[in-house]
Design a protein around this ligand. Structure first.
Ligand code: G3I
Length: 531
């Protein structure tokens, strides 16, 4: 089957891919709302068990209460799912047991973080607050329009209550209301994230951000579960390979637009933003005529025509372009004299090729946001400094640069590095302070360098994803988060490295993993914190 015919088939299949059945939405939202209500109650129950434990130190009694709370949630969720009769009500949430276990662990961690003499007071205060805050997500499901005002009212009331009750007797030295509120918001957002049926796409959009995934059109067309998951949880798509120079423009006078057209058509059918990836990448998937360009003039002409042809074709339909990808040497490559990747563009056109590419892109589509995309810059160090210097040079030269993409292949580049929220946030803020947009453009979290059994590694991965999304949400200029794939089934880490790995939010059977709920919890926390 030729490239073109396959692309037409893929496009037809994609655009016709079944979305959520109309009219069931209300049933799913009602089911989600019932699940949220059960988790709101569970938060109160688990905090009550904790308060009693602080008084009696009877761990067995606490465990019995946790079991009772879990049984209540299991019963309520089972009833809600039966009533809805729609598979999405189960698929869109965690399992009841996992949700309660995660909440119980979070409650114990919150209590452990409080000064002993304050524990009981705090836990009692949190008990009521957690219920009301979790319940705001139920309101969001029932009346999407009033969500923000409902949340703001609830949070204002919570802060007033905390302020009225602080400092509590015996807790003078303890934590203050300013610390007590964030802890209950963290508990509540975790509980709500496990129970709600609202997709990450919807929650992110409410926060004015985009959340999305990189896709291969063939894989979406061949897997009936793929397009619905994208439609529910992704407000943005990136072509994982279809728009790279080699596949899309293999010869100077031959273009293969089919797969890229398919990606854009799907996104438009599902109302998603498109990130274009990538116009100039010296390291991989370059066609021979570019790799073997003999002169600077020849290469300059190829680059101008390529960018004009590709950006021009999708002008007004692609929101952002990774104009130059990975201008620095690979993390394991030998250093170069000027700290830039030793590729044909650098060799024939000099370091100015980056600014030139940006100018060509701006000329081809003045509306598209233009990004420089790099890996291994998520934590401070010489690599981030070299990239920062390159960005400063471009801005000082007046190059049309709008944003910076942090690829965020967490745990892989560099190997074994899992930066925490504060580190990521500081890195994003450093570039945002240059007046630029920033995005996490290729997020995945490898388990290869994480110790422990798989369930423990997956749970840790949930925290890693939560930290990444929280860091982005804390920086206003961080406009979006894209995972490099959606389901482990299609991850490049298996095909490219042959890793046994589970780096993405969805598992091989499209089950939502702790990573998924960590991301959703971070989005919900942001909505609560900014209410
Ligand atoms: O399409 C050909 C197919 O016709 C051929 O039969 C097959 C066997 O060789 O290769 C296929 O091309 C592969 C392509 O993926 C599509 O599957 C290339 O060999 C393979 O190198 C390419 O890997 C991609 C890699 O970039 C290199 O471009 C990965 O899927 C993709 O996930 C990865 O993504 C990069 C970002 O673009 C930039 N940042 C790092 C990230 C991970 O490396």
């Amino acid at each position: 089957m030729t490239h073109h015919v396959r692309a037409v088939v893929v496009t037809t299949l994609l655009v016709a891919a079944p979305g959520p059945a109309p009219g069931d939405e209300a049933g799913v939202a009602r089911c989600g709302s019932a699940k949220v209500a059960a988790m709101a109650r569970a938060c109160g129950d688990l905090l009550a068990a904790e308060a009693r434990f602080l008084r009696t130190a009877d761990g067995a009694a606490r465990d019995r209460r946790i079991d009772t709370a879990r049984a209540r949630v299991v019963a309520a969720w089972t009833a809600a799912e039966a009533e809805a009769g729609d598979a999405r009500c189960a698929a869109d949430t965690a399992t009841a047991g996992a949700a309660v276990d995660r909440l119980a662990a979070a409650v114990a961690a919150a209590r452990a973080a409080t000064p002993p003499e304050c524990g009981r007071t705090l836990v009692r205060l949190w008990r009521r607050s957690c219920r009301t805050v979790v319940a705001t997500e139920g309101a969001a499901l029932r009346a999407p329009g009033d969500t923000a005002s409902e949340r703001a009212t609830t949070l204002a009331r919570l802060r007033r209550r905390m302020d009225r009750r602080w400092p509590a007797p015996g807790c003078a030295s303890g934590i203050g209301a300013d610390e007590a509120v964030p802890i209950v918001l963290r508990l509540a957002s975790g509980a709500a994230a496990d129970a709600t049926t609202r997709g990450m796409r919807t929650v992110a959009a409410e926060a004015g951000r985009a959340i999305g995934a990189a896709i291969e059109p063939d894989e979406v067309a061949a897997d009936p579960a793929y397009a619905p998951a994208l439609a529910h949880d992704s407000g943005s798509v990136t072509a994982e390979n279809a728009m790279k120079w080699g596949p899309i423009h293999p010869e100077p006078d031959r273009w293969v637009f089919g797969p890229a057209d398919a990606v854009v058509a799907l996104a438009e059918a599902q109302g998603q933003r498109v990130r274009g990836h990538t116009l100039v990448w010296g390291a991989m998937q370059l066609p021979a005529y570019v790799q073997n360009a003999a002169t600077a003039d020849a290469l300059r002409g190829y680059m101008r025509d390529h960018i004009a042809g590709l950006v021009g074709r999708y002008a007004g339909r692609i929101a952002q372009w990774d104009v130059v990808n990975e201008p620095l040497p690979g993390i394991l490559d030998p250093p170069t004299s000027d700290g830039l990747d030793d590729n044909v563009f650098r060799r024939l056109l000099g370091p100015g090729y980056v600014a030139e590419a940006l100018q060509h892109a701006r000329a081809a589509d003045p509306a598209a946001r233009l990004y420089l995309n790099e890996n291994g810059i998520e934590a401070p160090g010489p690599r981030q400094d070299r990239f920062y210097a390159l960005v400063q040079e471009l801005l000082a030269a007046g190059a049309p640069l709008d944003g910076v993409g942090f690829q965020a292949h967490v745990g892989l580049i560099p190997p074994g590095q899992y930066p925490d929220r504060a580190v990521i946030e500081a890195s994003l803020r450093r570039f945002a302070d240059l007046g630029l947009e920033v995005e996490l453009t290729e997020l995945d979290v490898t388990l290869v360098f994480r110790p422990g059994d798989l369930p423990a590694r997956l749970a840790q991965q949930g925290d890693d994803y939560r930290a990444m999304v929280e860091a982005c949400m804390a920086v206003a200029a961080c406009r979006g988060i894209t995972t490099w794939g959606l389901s482990d089934r299609y991850t490049w880490l298996r095909s490219f490295f042959g890793f046994d790995d589970w780096p993405l939010p969805f598992g091989d059977a499209w089950e939502r993993k702790p990573a998924y709920f960590g991301m959703r919890a971070a989005l919900l926390l942001h909505l609560l914190e900014t209410a």
